[in-house]
Every structure is written in C-alpha cells, then in structure tokens.
Design a protein around this ligand. Structure first.
Ligand code: AMP
Ligand code: MG
Length: 399
C-alpha cells in the first residue's frame, strides 16, 4: 500500500492547471495569477514625504535651533515650482513630492512656526530622513508576482498600484459531487429504519466552495451500478468529480468497477492512512476523479489531504500548495498505535504561555462527525511512530 506522501506526489504530478482567462482586477480575488507580473513603474513613482513637516536642505539644519524662511506649501498631488535655496523650507504634507533642492524632511513636531513665513527647527534629523524613495517598494522592471500566486487582497492592491486593471488568471474548477449509498437519504425525507441523512454532501460541498470551486450537486446514487454509472458520466462534464462511499471491499461498492468500465486510469486505490484507507484517485482524459470513503471523518480527511491540493493545482494555486503550513505543538495526551499507518487525529490546538499544545478531541472512530466539529486541527502521526508520549512534539495542520 502506498504512503500518504506517495499518494500526494502521484496526485500532484498527474494534475495540471486548467486553462486561463483574463478578468478585471475587481473580479480577480482568490484566483491564481497566470502571467508573470513585471512592474512597468516604480512604486512609489517619485520621492515623497513620509511625514507632515518641512522639506529642507540638510546642510541648513546641522546645528539647531535654526530659523528658516518658509517659501511655500505643498499638499499630496502638488508639485513645488522652483528649487529650494539656502536657509529655505517648504511646508510639506505626507505623500507630497519632495521639492527640487530639498533632501530631508523635518517632522512638524520638531518645529515651531515663528510667524507666517518663518519656521524654527528645534531638533535635528539625519540626512534624507522622512523621504520615501521612488522605487523603494517596487523597481520598474522587477518581478512582482510569479505565476501561481493566489491573489489575496494585498496582491490586488499591488496590481492596482501598477495600474493593472485586467489580469490573466487560472479558471476556477467545476467540481461535481456524488454521494452513494442505499441507506443515504435527503434530509427532506423522514428517516426510515436503517437510513441515515446525507451529511457528506454538505461537508464536501462546503470544503469545495471554500476553495472557490463551482460545485455541481449530483445528489445521491443508490448502490446500483447503472445509477452510479449514469451519475459518474454526468459528473465527468465537470473538471473534477468527487464521490463519497462505495470504494471499499463491500459487495455493493461499485465506484471502482464503474471507473474501470469507463476506462479510467485508476492510479490509487488505497493509502496507508487512518482514517481514509480506501481512497481512490483516477484520471479519465482531462478529468480528475476522487473516490472518497463514506465514513464522514474519512471523507473529510482524504479531501483535506489529497483532494484539496489537487483542486488548488487545477486552479493554478501553487503558492498555496507550497505554503501548506504545519505547526509543531506539544502533545497533552499520549498516543499509541501499532499498525504502521499514518494517522490523522482530530485535535484541539491551543496557545498557552507562548507555546502550542494539542490534545485529542477524544474518541477517534471515523463515523464520529462531531470529532471534527470539536477539532481545530488534525494531529499527524507518521507511519513509523508507534508511541508518542505526553510532552512530545507533534505536527498539526489547521482545519
Ligand atoms: P461506504 O464507504 O459506502 O462503505 O460507507 C461507509 C460508512 O459511511 C457507512 O456507515 C455509511 O453509511 C456512511 N456513509 C456513506 N455515505 C455517507 C454520507 N453521504 N453521509 C454520511 N454517512 C455516509
Ligand atoms: Mg456505501
């Protein structure tokens, strides 16, 4: 059986980003940029004042106090006409361009206006202080964003500063979700003996929507090979198909059979993890198929560990795959295992005395949906660790 790491490698190397489109900057948030952004301008575009104060010649204020003649006032957006001469100052506002001849700004707090056109400099500042230099933030011609960077509000701000009102992005993925099971019913119907409500649909849809995917809900298929085949074919109209249930070794587990019939290339059938061992990954043409186990915890864990990075890759969001944060925390309660699997335990991560601690949410069976609502992280226990004592460090990922 392959390891979680091997499974992730197979998935990430099989999935390629979808095509690209150009959208207005106002609609670009959350997508990955599909073009290398090279700055056509300096930011800031000109030397400007970082403070409200007086633009001066440094040579004039070396020994203080000293009185200077105020020869003008410039607000942001205004250009001073002329060149500052010896013992002159210009009243300047934050963001206003530095006048020719000036090389230093004295903050207003370090000055005293003696009359309409005189200012006394009370304290010295160093040469060039309080001037924001042209290109200090971004140099013209430099790479500002690499392909695959997700556009968060701050990236949008940089693109706006560069005047980039249209940007090429990777398309969001369409994701079809199909749950399976004779026992699974919609919540509109009364629960009959032996039936359960379809919680996985809401979890998987929520997780997909959180990633910015467009979700197509295919509903629930009974454990009937014809019904499953028909819905899977329908699901293949989307970029990715996620199924829940029917991937283990039970008599009515038909997902793999249907995928084989359709000539999909099944690349993964089982992974050495708990929960989530019967996880299927398949390709059919350009379509990506994920068969998740039906148990609610297994289905969420396999989504987070395998489907999420794949969907991010489909949407070109490589920066997020690479910055997948893991936190080291001190384990509160000991953990024992003996089956050589990688474990994903539901945990509660807390920050106490500037240190992260993590404890298990309690019982960990894969049918316990509320173990996920209590948790804010998954504790990851590697395959080769059988015993982890209280006080040892473990790795967790936030959920
Ligand atoms: P399966 O993977 O089909 O063998 O299902 C494993 C377990 O998950 C069974 O107890 C199912 O009843 C349960 N299950 C399957 N699908 C769902 C679903 N959509 N929502 C909640 N539980 C499910
Ligand atoms: Mg089933």
């Amino acid at each position: 059986m392959i390891s979680a790491q091997e499974a992730r490698n197979i998935i990430l190397s099989s999935v390629k980003p979808l095509s690209t489109i150009t959208v207005s900057l106002a609609r670009a948030r959350h997508y990955a940029v599909a073009e290398k952004i090279i700055s056509g301008d300096d930011i800031p575009p000109f030397d400007n004042s970082a403070m409200d104060g007086y633009a001066v010649r440094y040579g004039d204020i070396k020994s203080v106090p000293i009185e200077l003649t105020v020869v003008g006032e410039i607000g942001a957006g205004v250009i001073f006409q002329g060149t500052l001469q010896q013992n002159e100052a210009v009243s300047i506002m934050t963001g206003a361009p530095i006048p020719d001849g000036a090389n230093t700004v004295v903050p207003i707090e370090f000055t005293e206006q003696t009359d309409q056109s005189r200012v006394k400099i009370l304290r010295n500042v160093s040469f060039g202080e309080n001037i924001r230099r042209a290109g200090e933030d971004v140099k013209r011609g430099s790479v500002v964003l690499d392909v695959g960077t997700t556009l968060r509000p701050q990236e949008l701000g940089v693109l706006a500063a560069l005047g980039k009102n249209f940007v090429q992005i990777y398309k969001p993925a369409n994701v079809a979700i199909l749950t399976t099971g004779d026992e699974v019913i919609d919540m509109e119907n009364p629960l009959k003996p032996g039936e359960i409500r379809n919680s996985n649909l809401y979890v998987l849809r929520g997780l997909s929507e959180e990633l910015g995917c467009e979700v197509v809900d295919l509903g629930n298929a009974k454990d009937n090979i014809n019904e499953i085949r028909q819905k899977v074919i329908q699901g293949l109209e989307s970029d990715a198909l996620i199924t829940s249930g029917g991937v283990s070794v039970g008599k009515y587990d038909f997902i793999k059979k249907v995928l084989q019939e359709l000539n999909a290339e099944i690349k993964i059938q089982q992974v050495n993890i708990k929960p989530g061992k019967p996880f299927v990954f398949a390709l059919l043409g350009s379509k990506t198929i994920f068969g998740l186990p039906g148990n609610p915890v297994s289905s969420m864990v396999t989504f987070l560990h395998f489907v999420k990075p794949a969907l991010l890759k489909l949407m070109g969001r490589t920066s997020e795959i690479e910055s997948d944060l893991k936190i080291k925390a001190t384990l509160v309660n000991e953990i024992k295992k003996s089956d050589g699997k990688m474990y994903f335990l539901r945990g509660i991560l807390e920050s106490k005395n500037r240190e992260f601690t993590v404890r298990s949410t309690g019982a960990q069976s894969s049918h316990l949906l509320t173990s996920l609502t209590k948790a804010n992280c998954l504790i990851i226990i590697p395959e080769n660790k059988d015993m982890i004592n209280a006080g040892d460090k473990v790795e967790v990922c936030l959920i």
